[in-house]
Design a protein around this ligand. Structure first.
Ligand SMILES: *[C@@H]1O[C@H](CO)[C@@H](O)[C@H](O)[C@H]1NC(C)=O
Ligand SMILES: *[C@@H]1O[C@H](CO)[C@@H](O)[C@H](O)[C@H]1NC(C)=O
Ligand SMILES: *[C@@H]1O[C@H](CO)[C@@H](O)[C@H](O)[C@H]1NC(C)=O
Length: 269
């Protein structure tokens, strides 16, 4: 009688009380920051880590991202794609926290991650969707002046592909071009977008907006030119030339500065 009672009790315990949950079904990783894929299970204070098995796997291809059994992380069982980038929280593991910390996240890491926990109490699974984004860097401006037109080009890197919009002076037709390439080895898309204003007349007011919807990032850059009366199409005009040269020199300086900055940053990381 007692035996039956005990069996039923342990069965109830086995099926009813053990649970694996993920606090967030979607997690956004940002370039340069570690991300935590949350997963928790019903802990049993009496049970040690020796009988606990935690496995983090990619749902798409069953790649082992991180596994823990026999009381320790089994790093030699891990997919090389994740080598040196994953960690559990050993101090919190026994208390029911089986979250995974992932570092140096890139576009290839996006996807579904399955957290499986088995203990003497039972087993369960939870799935987390990982997304990735990188904010767009300050756009670099490039200006090209031709006989009867001005072209402006912005360049910037980020992830995912951005939304870009140019708006200009009412009544002036803008012809815009957009090119997105990548992601490159650094995990970033390169955006090149340009606008050409034909016959700009005495001046141009433009604005450029770049949006990274994943991060709610919005870069708005107004650009305003005023040229000598008569515009670019007319014969040589000292004032106009000075302005154009000044603008070009300024751009060159800004571009050089940005390139140097980017170079130094790349060297550092
Ligand atoms: C587990 O611990 C980590 C590190 O302290 C924390 O960021 C995470 O929110 C915890 N997860 C759960 C599900 O409690
Ligand atoms: C701008 O483009 C539209 C459509 O291509 C054309 O109908 C309009 O006349 C153009 N406006 C100017 C000021 O060139
Ligand atoms: C551009 O904007 C400035 C300031 O709002 C204004 O004074 C100027 O007339 C505008 N130029 C053109 C070409 O619309």
């Amino acid at each position: 009688m007692f035996l039956i009672f005990a069996t039923v009790l342990s069965l109830l315990r086995f099926t009813g009380s053990f649970e694996v949950t993920v606090p967030q079904r979607r997690v956004l990783a940002v370039l340069g920051q570690p991300v935590v894929l949350g997963c928790s299970y019903t802990p049993d204070p009496k049970e040690g880590l020796d009988s606990l098995v935690v496995t983090w796997q990619r749902s798409e291809d069953q790649q082992v991202v991180h596994s823990f059994y026999y009381g320790r992380s089994q790093l030699d069982k891990q997919s090389p794609n994740y080598a040196g980038r994953t960690e559990l929280y050993p101090a919190l593991l026994q208390a029911g926290n089986a979250s995974l910390r992932l570092q140096r996240v890139g576009p290839a890491d996006t996807g579904r991650y399955l957290c499986t926990v088995s203990s003497l109490q039972g087993s369960g699974k939870g799935e987390v969707q990982l997304e990735y984004a990188a904010p767009y860097a300050e756009p670099r401006l490039n200006i090209q002046v031709k006989c009867s037109s001005i072209s402006l080009q912005f360049e910037s890197e980020g992830y995912p592909a951005p939304q870009v919009q140019w708006t200009g002076t009412p009544g002036k037709n803008l012809s815009t071009q957009e090119e997105v390439s990548g992601p490159g080895e650094d995990g970033l898309f390169l955006l090149r977008t340009s606008v050409t204003v034909e016959d700009p007349g005495p001046g141009v007011n433009l604005s450029f907006v770049l949006k990274n919807s994943a991060l709610g990032q919005e870069l708005l850059r107004p650009i305003s030119f005023s040229l000598a009366p008569g515009g670019l199409g007319n014969s040589i005009d000292g004032t106009r030339l000075t302005i154009v040269l000044l603008i070009s020199a300024l751009c060159l300086l800004v571009c050089l500065g940005l390139a140097a900055f980017a170079y130094i940053r790349r060297q550092r990381t």
